[in-house]
Each structure stands twice: as C-alpha cells, then as structure tokens.
Write a protein that binds this ligand. Structure first.
Ligand code: AMP
Length: 364
C-alpha cells in the first residue's frame, strides 16, 4: 500500500525499516510484541535483522525498483541509521510516509550543519570552526585553541574520522590523516561525565523522555551505560529540556538521542551538546529490561501514530556492551542474578563490533 496520510496504523500493518543491524532487529522485536510487522531493506544478505522480520529485501539503497516494491508493502517507513543516502530517503518520501522526516538527515549527517542548528536554538556546544583546507585548519586552531579534535563532517561514528591535536601537536599531521575531507575542528572538552537523553516525540507533538543515561566509552565505543546518571537533578532536567527542544525544533516523529558532555566548573555544572542521533540509540538499550516501555517500542508507537507510553524506570540499571570477542563469553552472564542477555546474531565476532549487550536491573 502506498500512503502518505496520517491515519494511525492498526495491528497487522507493516513498518519498513532501512538498515538491517541490531537496531533494526530490536525495533522489529518491539513491533512484533504490539502486533505490527516489519519489512527490513538492507544491502547485506547476512544482516542480523533479517532473522526476526516478516519480510526482507536484500538490495542496494539506489535500487529504485526494489525501493518501490518495498514502499508498496509498507504503511510507514523508518530507518535505523543516520547515513541513509539522502536520495534514497527522498525517493521513498515522494509516495510514502517516511518518519522521522528525511529532512532531519540533512542536518544530522553533517557535523557542521548540526552544530549550527544546535547553536541556532541557543544551546551550547564545544567551540568549533569549519575546516576545508590546511590554512583554514591553522586559523581554526587559533580560534578554538588546543587541545582540539579534527572531525570529518560526514560519516563519522564511534570515533572514526577523528584526530586529536594536543597542545604543541602538529595540525598538519591531523589534516593529512583526514585525506582532504571537509572537517570541523572542535575544542577538546574536559568533561566530568558523558550523558545522553533518549526522547520520543509523537505525531501529535507529545514528548516523553527516558531518564538521563550516563555513558562510559572505551576506545571511542560505548561500553557501559548507567541510569540514573550521577548528576544533580537540575542538570538532568536541563539535559532533558535540551533534548526535547531539539526534537520539537525538528518537528521530529520517533525516537532521537542527544549525546552531551557535563562539565564541572567549581561547584556549578554545565551541559554541552556533542551529537544528535536521529534514531534509537545504544545508550537507550537499558530501556528494554529496565523500563516499563523500551526506546524501540516508543519509536514504533510514535511512527505508527499511537500514543506514547509514559516510561517508568524499574530500578537502577546498568547496560554493558559485548564488543568483539567478549560476546563469546556470554555464558558467564546467563546465570548472573538479574542479568538479561542479548545476542544480536551477527555470527563470528569482529574486533570493535557490537555483538550483544547485558542489562542488570537493581530494584530499589
Ligand atoms: P563523537 O563521535 O563525536 O560522539 O565522539 C566520540 C567520543 O569521543 C565522545 O563520546 C567523547 O568521548 C570523545 N569526544 C568527542 N568530541 C570530544 C570533545 N570535543 N572533547 C572531548 N572528548 C570528545
């Protein structure tokens, strides 16, 4: 069925998902629990979401015949990753309801545009400057100061495309490392903690945020998330206000995550936005076992035009990612009291790849 109207979906309807990784897999698992089917479109035949969906299309993102057939089967289309090619999303949006609106991708796919957008809302970020050639990098170093991080504007994730320049370091080496890609130079922030807010916004503009999550990274990859975050209540409220104002400014429908740095200045704290992810997010995985509703179900509810649930956290929660070979050790978690084990079915472990996660809930 091809449709662009705003009628809420009924059980039995089909949600299309672009991308077939673990986020699509967990979206499909959540959808099936509330009677909705999923059709995943992904180019790789062994995408782990294919194991759990009603229908699958294995095709390239520029295969217009395959995209048209996919669209005809779906009542609403969403995506599990932010680097969906813009032509793919806009092609689908011609005749189908695509949520969140693909226009959001144009902002979040480019670090410079994203930073300017956050700035325009009066929300603080790390100091930054655009860099498109070597002289501009030296100018940016003067403006932003060192230490700083040179980040490619596009296609960066989990620290990829990032090069730190220390005090007294060589900006030229960082510039050579990015191979001429357009970048931003971002001041290195001496944060006390990294936190994120996962917020859902419904088709009617209603908002529901999950509790602020504190995140610990190892080798630039999320390792542990803890809830509640160890920050003052007023700072948590400020973080939620920031995420909700970003979702509203985008006229967003679905789940969105905002990663933030919390700085301590004397006895005061300050929040800076690092990054926006227009999708469900690893730092929200704790909600599957640690909350009355998961981020995945909230996303499905939002795009289906259903009311959002009011999330109620079930206790203190810790989520640990199983990265690379750590997944082979899943057996040791199976008998840990209160532990919920998730394995994504990605086959042989690859170093640095997220293979599963474990959540532990401690009821207060
Ligand atoms: P990103 O891909 O921008 O989310 O960066 C990945 C990780 O690198 C972040 O979660 C931080 O741990 C670190 N990082 C990124 N930008 C900065 C910054 N401006 N200052 C300090 N640490 C940063």
């Amino acid at each position: 069925m091809t449709r662009r109207d705003n009628t809420p979906l009924a059980p039995g309807a089909t949600i299309g998902i672009l991308g077939g990784g673990q986020l699509a897999r967990m979206l499909a698992q959540a959808a099936s629990r509330i009677g909705l089917n999923c059709h995943v479109f992904a180019p790789d035949a062994d995408a782990c979401a294919f194991d759990v969906v009603k229908r699958a299309t294995i095709a390239a993102y520029d295969d217009r015949d395959a995209l048209s057939d996919f669209a005809n089967d779906c009542d609403v289309i969403t995506y599990e990753f932010e680097n969906v090619p813009s032509q793919t999303a806009s092609f689908l949006a011609q005749n189908s309801l695509v949520l969140p609106d693909p226009r959001v991708l144009a902002t979040t796919q480019d670090r410079l545009i994203e930073k300017e957008f956050v700035d325009s809302l009066g929300i603080a970020t790390a100091p930054y400057a655009a860099v498109s050639d070597a002289p501009q990098l030296f100018e940016a170093v003067r403006k932003v100061g060192l230490p700083a991080i040179l980040k490619t504007r596009r296609f960066g994730y989990d620290g990829k495309g990032q090069h730190k320049i220390d005090v007294g370091g060589d900006p030229g080496a960082a510039w050579r490392a990015v191979n001429g890609a357009a970048c931003i130079l971002e001041g290195f922030v001496p944060f006390e903690r990294e936190v994120s807010v996962v917020v859902a916004r419904g088709r009617d503009g209603s908002l529901q945020s999950f509790d602020v999550t504190e995140n610990e990274h190892r080798d630039h990859i999320l390792k542990v998330s803890r809830v509640p975050a160890g920050i003052p209540d007023a700072i948590a409220a400020e973080a939620i206000r920031i995420a909700e104002s970003i979702a509203t400014a985008f006229d967003y429908v679905g789940v969105l995550a905002v990663e933030m740095f919390v700085l301590r200045e004397g006895t005061a704290h300050r929040v800076l936005v690092n990054e926006i992810a227009p999708r469900v997010h690893n730092s929200g995985h704790w909600t599957i076992d640690g909350c009355s509703v998961s981020q995945f179900e909230q996303h499905i509810r939002a795009i289906a035009g259903w009311p959002l649930a009011v999330p109620v956290r079930l206790g203190r929660v810790e989520m640990v990612n199983l990265i690379g070979a750590e997944a082979a050790d899943y057996g040791r978690w199976l008998t840990v009291p209160g532990a919920s084990v998730h394995i994504y079915g990605k086959g042989d472990p690859v170093p640095g790849r997220k293979m599963g996660h474990v959540t532990r809930v401690q009821v207060d």
